[in-house]
Design a binder for this molecule. Sequence first.
Ligand SMILES: [Zn+2]
Length: 166
Amino acid sequence: MQSNCNKNLLNLEGVKLKSVQHTLDGIIIKIETNPKPQICPCCGAGTSKIHDYRWQKIKDLPFQLSNAYLLLRKRRYVCSCGKRFYEKYSFIAKYQQRTTRLSFKIVELLRSTNSIKYVASQTNVSMNTVIRILDTLSYDKPHIPQCISIDEFKGNAGGCKEKMYS
Ligand SMILES: [Zn+2]
């Protein structure tokens, strides 16, 4: 019964669902991935040696109208050069505490509303987070007034940079 059904439910490549817990704060979904050979970011050598694990809580898209969190068993590898590093995951951006698909959802909502408060409430993030994401969207366009770049972005899902510079 396990895997296939659970895999489809989460719709995240290479992720195994371990457990689901309903709490007052939302749904907590424990996940893990299979170990795979890594390239050391320091010396470039390959390694498969696992150093340790730590749990990371990541905000995901709301699920069944509840806040949803992925609790990821994050794996750290060690290289023969001594470097320790965390595995990279395609579904979280570096240094982020949320899934990339949640960031995309925030961007999508920003296209249809001017209310940062509304977007924050719909996606379980702070208004500051929404503002930060909005800032990154217009970051590369210093020569274009803010209002124009936002309007431009609104009319153009996903490919805003290409459009701005084409
Ligand atoms: Zn190394």
